[in-house]
Design a protein around this ligand. Sequence first.
Ligand SMILES: [Zn+2]
Length: 101
Amino acid sequence: MRTAVVESVCECQARLGAEMDEQRRALRGWARKKLRADHAPAITTGLSAESFNVGWACPFCGRNTLRAFDTNALVYQEKPANPSVPPASRAAARSSVPAGS
Ligand SMILES: [Zn+2]
């Protein structure tokens, strides 16, 4: 799975961040202010080929902060979906036990 991170700054000076998938859906959002960090629900709207908007509900000031981003500015990086349980090893474990020999 490949994800990209977008960042902005709220009117209250909190730093807002969101992680998006390749369909530009917000997977999670966060906010940081000074030494505090908190979960900030994020949504994407206004999807087009060139741009999209990300809206955050800022946990520090309660504003709904909307920011426009350029699609070309997104940098996607590979992120393992679930590295601890790869599907291949589960199948191998099942077939490696011979039944009654
Ligand atoms: Zn704020």
